[in-house]
Design a protein around this ligand. Structure first.
Ligand SMILES: *[C@@H]1O[C@H](CO)[C@@H](O)[C@H](O)[C@H]1NC(C)=O
Ligand SMILES: [Cu+2]
Length: 145
């Protein structure tokens, strides 16, 4: 059973380590957040973890970023009750695991321009630290005098 102390240490690591190892993903790489880009292909093979950041880069006023649910993503529907990100350098920190959907709410950029991103955020997992190899157990005969 883990002691309270080792639990505390793990809890502290769980908070500190992600902030050190967090990855910043520039959405679309050098193309940024734009129309007619395959964000599905961009996200493929990438691992997003809690604590990582997405950066949406675009000329201010040309696009925006709405976080939507699965329905909003499928139908390119922007939620009326939330405001989009509009700075042109929008940083989204991934706080929770699960599916996340982002679309552009300008004109028909999502429906026609395919400006939509879906990712799956994985829980933060501490990569296993290689433990020192166990010293070999001696199974040979023991001789006593
Ligand atoms: C998805 O988002 C829309 C717009 O905000 C909302 O009306 C709808 O109820 C949501 N659907 C689910 C399944 O949460
Ligand atoms: Cu747009």
């Amino acid at each position: 059973m883990a002691s309270a102390q080792s639990f505390n240490i793990l809890a502290i690591l769980a908070i500190l380590v992600p902030s050190i190892l967090a990855t910043e993903f520039l959405v679309g790489d050098d193309k940024g957040w734009t129309i007619n880009f395959d964000y599905q292909a961009w996200a493929k093979g990438k691992e997003f973890h809690v604590g990582d950041k997405l950066v949406f880069k675009y000329p201010e006023g040309v696009h925006n970023v709405f976080k939507v649910n699965g329905t909003g993503f499928q139908q390119c529907m922007v939620p009326k009750e939330t405001e989009p990100l509009t700075s042109g350098n929008d940083v989204v920190t991934l706080l929770n695991p699960g599916r996340k959907w982002y679309i552009c709410g300008v004109a028909k950029h999502c429906a026609v321009g395919n400006q939509k991103l879906i990712i799956t955020v994985l829980p933060y997992t501490v990569s296993p630290v290689p433990s020192p190899a166990p010293s070999p157990t001696y199974y040979g005969k023991r001789y006593t005098a």
